[in-house]
Design a protein around this ligand. Structure first.
Ligand SMILES: Nc1ncnc2c1ncn2[C@@H]1O[C@H](COP(=O)(O)OP(=O)(O)O)[C@@H](O)[C@H]1O
Length: 274
């Protein structure tokens, strides 16, 4: 009866299966939290989606920016870029079922004092507020206007949260915080350019987890491969789970009860055929 949180899969199906093997994962008893970015970059997005969908209630998954990329391309009139693996999803006979599953995933998963999102959350957002804001996006994805929502999703504005935001600006800001954020400034403004290690912070910006909070939650996030699973100088309890499997790094699972980390190497780094 273990619960494991796993970092960004990014289509690394073989590594995912190897990791589950090492963990002796049993879907009848154990639970997997997936931190988002199930698809893109790696070799087999389609197999990852099928597996995640097929695991049913054994999986709790949040949406990442690359998952949104697939949804925008499939259902929001967007163009595909980056990876032919996504094309395979779009051409699959079961694409509608897989896309329906993806579109139903939340942007936040909470269990008591623990919260998982793909990128993080703003220091001023409580866990309850984050859940509620994530729920607003999930409702938009579930509505009969979801295509219009997806077609207007992309953009960097507004780059700063205000409670008064409404309409698409509000939803876009929530999505950008929960799935794209890395560096913010003291006013909570998001930077959308820097994506390397913490040394790449633009002047006046710092990683979101280096800002103090009023509460003391345990936050799980992925998204930021260059951190290599570390959150330096964090002022909050965070677990960085993206250890860059798609970049030749590792795929990592965190046992939520014991805090133990288990990793397997990327097959890319082993020189295996992708
Ligand atoms: N271990 C690493 N060290 C340094 N840079 C990395 C590492 N892994 C990935 N990167 C870089 O991080 C950038 C962002 O990739 P990633 O964190 O996967 O996020 P996303 O694709 O969602 O923007 C990429 O441009 C890549 O070059």
């Amino acid at each position: 009866m273990s619960t494991y949180a796993i970092g960004d899969l990014h289509g690394c199906y073989n590594e995912w299966m190897a990791l589950l093997d090492v963990l002796s994962f049993n879907p009848a008893q154990d639970t997997l939290w997936l931190v988002g970015d199930v698809v893109n970059r790696g070799p087999d997005s389609l197999a990852c989606l099928r597996e995640a969908e097929g695991l049913g209630s054994a999986v709790r998954c949040v949406l990442g920016n690359h998952d949104f990329h697939l949804l925008v391309a499939a259902r929001g009139g967007g163009n595909l870029k980056s990876n032919p693996g996504l094309q395979a999803v779009l051409e699959a006979p079961d694409r509608e079922r897989l896309l329906d599953w993806l579109q139903q995933q939340p942007l936040a998963v909470r269990d008591g004092n623990r919260l998982m999102t793909h990128a993080g959350l703003l220091p001023q957002w409580s866990l309850a507020q984050t859940e509620a804001l994530a729920g607003e996006v999930q409702a938009a994805l579930a509505s009969d206007q979801s295509g219009a929502f997806l077609s207007q999703l992309y953009g960097n504005h507004p780059d700063r949260w205000r409670d008064e935001l409404d309409g698409m600006d509000r939803l876009r800001c929530i999505v950008n915080v929960l799935t794209r954020m890395r560096f913010i400034d003291a006013d909570g403004r998001l930077d959308f350019k820097a994506n390397q290690g913490i040394d790449s912070a633009p002047a006046g910006f710092a990683p979101w987890f280096q800002f103090p909070r009023d509460d003391d939650p345990e936050l799980l996030f992925g998204h930021w491969a260059a951190l290599e699973g570390h959150a330096p100088y964090a002022r909050v309890h965070v677990d960085a789970l993206d250890t860059g499997c798609a970049w030749g790094g590792l795929l990592t699972a965190l046992n939520l009860a014991t805090g133990e980390r288990t990793s397997v190497p990327s097959h890319k780094s082993l020189g295996a055929a992708q």
